[in-house]
Write a protein that binds this ligand. Structure first.
Ligand code: F6P
Length: 543
């Protein structure tokens, strides 16, 4: 499979010329005024997710050039190689097969490797779901609380999804997620739990992660110190390293495979807390939603392929417009952990500076991804989005129908929420000229300042781009589709940039230095340390 790095294509040069000629001065207001069909022209429907791409700074020619870029880079071949189980994670010598985790057994064959992976997946999935159902039948009696101990991909995905799917959760079970190696995280959680009715899931792909093992030790000590007796029933492991889990004393374990990246593992046994929360049928729906998005990604031509088109806009903004970040604004409180989840997915995947051949890339890669649920963000940092010096493309996520029970007393809130969502993307695009602002009466306190000065402060530049994703409702199926959409989008931008989206060597140095520093907290030795680290160690060390 030949992959051409984006800057080694003819399309790249053509895009540069296009940016200089048109892109740099592109004005969304003019574009909408000139084309009554712009909304429809830039709308895409993928399974479970509708996307309005019209408020982006592009036109049909930009889109055609970008789509040409994807074709010239060999994106389709790269996608097919991933789906066929080729070892595209070169630096770790692994296949990348999280899609196999949601492939039904009767799906079309995608080759020997993938078919074998799918068979292995179902050999674990069925017992996993049966176990989840057993826990649910004991909800409220044997089990009242489920505590997931894990970090990174072993925390962010299940936590985000369990929160998002609150409406579908078992009413007699409470869910807790502990990740940080900080007593301030685990202590208040344990203080609320009864060991006799708590199920602890120790989730770690490698079962070597310092934070997770330290917290698991604390949980086990708490369990035995508070009358817990049956570790085998109350502790379950989820890992690819069953041996290490057994050494830790966990006999009940669900496995997965090294071809599942940590940040892509929500669909595997790492999703156990979610499976317990929403049940076997709910989890199957979640997988089915993701599989439908996989099929969209696999079979839809590049020009109509939603993950591809979103990645192309990302490349357009990052590499041509020079925008450094993207803000995600889910207008649904249930999606409040989505930005954190996406930070790992996008920045751990594509925060890379060398290509597959080890050459430093001469262009920017992953943007900073950040955000908060709407409308909260509006009353905090949206000021900067509207009037700051940086242009930050915003991704709005709107859910048409609220959860069941959000009628009556709450019905009005949802309409207000959606109106806010639309108003923000409208305001970002439309802006407001100072001349228009000058017609408004200044606030009383400002009557001493010249009207024009106030008008400048009250003006909005506008032309600030956004994408709006719309889900009909937040269900296991649509959430599965949404997450798979993001995974494939990250794959596409990583492939165009020619980086390995599936390793994470950047987290290793800090881990090694931490291990080297730990004994110094005992001894106080600072020899060989830089002056800053030495000074801080001395200051922080408990005497
Ligand atoms: O340190 C980064 C990382 O390896 C992530 O990629 C991963 O999701 C997280 O740590 C947790 O790893 P594990 O599941 O092996 O404990």
């Amino acid at each position: 499979m030949s992959l051409v790095r984006c800057d080694n294509t003819e399309a790249w040069g053509a895009l540069q010329a296009h940016y200089e000629a048109k892109g740099r001065r592109f004005d969304l207001r003019t574009a909408f005024a000139a084309d009554a069909g712009r909304f429809d022209r830039f709308a895409l429907q993928a399974p479970g997710v509708f996307a309005d791409l019209s408020k982006n700074r592009w036109d049909a020619s930009t889109r055609a050039l970008l789509t040409g870029l994807a074709a010239e880079c060999g994106l389709e071949a790269r996608r097919d190689a991933m789906l066929a189980g080729e070892p595209i994670n070169l630096t770790e010598g692994r296949a990348v097969l999280h899609t196999a985790l949601r492939t039904p057994t009767d799906a079309k064959s995608l080759g020997v490797v993938t078919d074998a992976a799918v068979a292995e997946v179902h050999a674990v999935l069925e017992p996993l779901l049966a176990y989840a159902e057993r826990v649910r039948t004991q909800a409220g009696t044997q089990f009242t609380d489920v505590l997931n101990i894990g970090i990174g991909g072993s925390d962010l995905g299940p936590q985000m999804a369990v929160i998002a799917l609150e409406e579908f959760r078992h009413p007699k079970l409470r869910f807790h997620f502990v990740s940080n190696v900080d007593g301030h995280d685990i202590a208040p959680v344990l203080a609320r739990l009864d060991p006799k009715t708590t199920l602890v899931i120790v989730a770690s792909k490698t079962f070597t992660t310092q934070e997770t093992l330290a917290n698991a030790n604390v949980a086990r000590d708490w369990f035995t110190a508070n009358g817990g007796t049956d570790v085998a029933t109350h502790f379950v492991g989820v890992t690819t390293n069953i041996e290490a889990a057994a050494k830790f004393g966990i006999t009940s374990t669900f496995g997965f495979w090294d071809w599942v990246g940590g940040r892509y593992s929500l669909w595997s046994a790492i999703g156990l807390s979610l499976a317990i929360a929403i049940g076997a049928d709910g989890f199957r729906q979640f997988l089915a939603g993701a599989h439908a998005m996989d099929e969209h990604f696999r079979t839809t031509p590049l020009a109509h392929n939603l993950p591809v088109q979103l990645a192309l806009i990302d490349v357009w903004y990052r590499n041509f417009h020079g925008f450094t970040s993207r803000s995600v604004a889910p207008y649904h409180q249930g999606l409040r952990r989505l930005p954190a989840y996406l930070q790992q997915l996008e920045m751990e995947s594509n925060g890379k500076r060398v290509d597959l051949d080890g050459h430093a890339v001469p262009f920017a890669t992953s943007p900073v991804v950040w955000g908060e649920p709407g409308t909260n963000g509006q009353h905090a940092y949206f000021q900067m989005l509207h009037q700051g010096t940086d242009v930050v493309p915003v991704e709005f996520i709107a859910i048409k129908t609220p959860a069941a029970g959000h009628d009556g007393l709450y019905a009005d809130l949802h309409t207000k929420l959606l109106a806010n969502c639309l108003a923000q993307s409208q305001a970002l695009m439309q802006g407001k000229a100072p001349a228009e602002a000058a017609l408004e009466s200044p606030p009383t306190a400002s009557r001493t300042i010249a009207r024009e000065v106030i008008a400048e402060h009250r003006g909005f530049p506008g032309n600030r781009p956004s994408t709006t994703l719309v889900l009909d409702a937040l269900t296991p199926r649509t959430l599965g589709a949404l997450i798979a959409l993001y995974e494939h989008r990250v794959f596409c931008s990583g492939a165009l940039w020619g980086v390995n989206s599936f390793d994470q060597w950047g987290v290793e140095l800090g881990k090694a230095l931490c291990n080297a520093l730990l004994p110094r907290f005992e001894t106080g030795a600072t020899d060989g340390l830089d002056a800053s680290t030495a000074g801080l160690l001395t200051r922080l060390r408990a005497q």
